[in-house]
Design a protein around this ligand. Sequence first.
Ligand SMILES: [Zn+2]
Ligand SMILES: [Zn+2]
Length: 149
Amino acid sequence: MSKARKRAKALAKQVMEAMRQAKEAEARAVALGEEMMRALAEAKAEEKAETEARTIIEYPSGRYECAQCGHSTLFTEPTQVLPKCDNCGATKYKGHEPKVTKIEPPPPKRYTAGMYQCGSCGTRSAVAEDCDELPECDFCGRHKLEPLN
Ligand SMILES: [Zn+2]
Ligand SMILES: [Zn+2]
């Protein structure tokens, strides 16, 4: 066997090995991508309360008068829930207007976190956070990421 032939044989072996490793890496990337999607679903469930519109009502501290029996009660701390009247058990009071705070959720981002694929070179990218602008492709540097379904 010629020297060049031997080298070609050795290189063929290396090509096979590199392909095998590439396949393994590919499978690992897919598995990691799926794991990320699960983590994202979990994160969404956990953060649900923070991203929903809600109203917080808080009564300031001070002297309140029971609307039913006129009994006067001093609230030393601001409270979200007025306690029952010591005298008659009613929970309606005269005295102070509650402070109402409306919390609006941040507007949704244009792109949701997930797996994307470069429309130019085909490389897959993991986007871990919702964003208004997708990052460029890690491999070719172009702004061509598209959702991977
Ligand atoms: Zn009362
Ligand atoms: Zn690319």
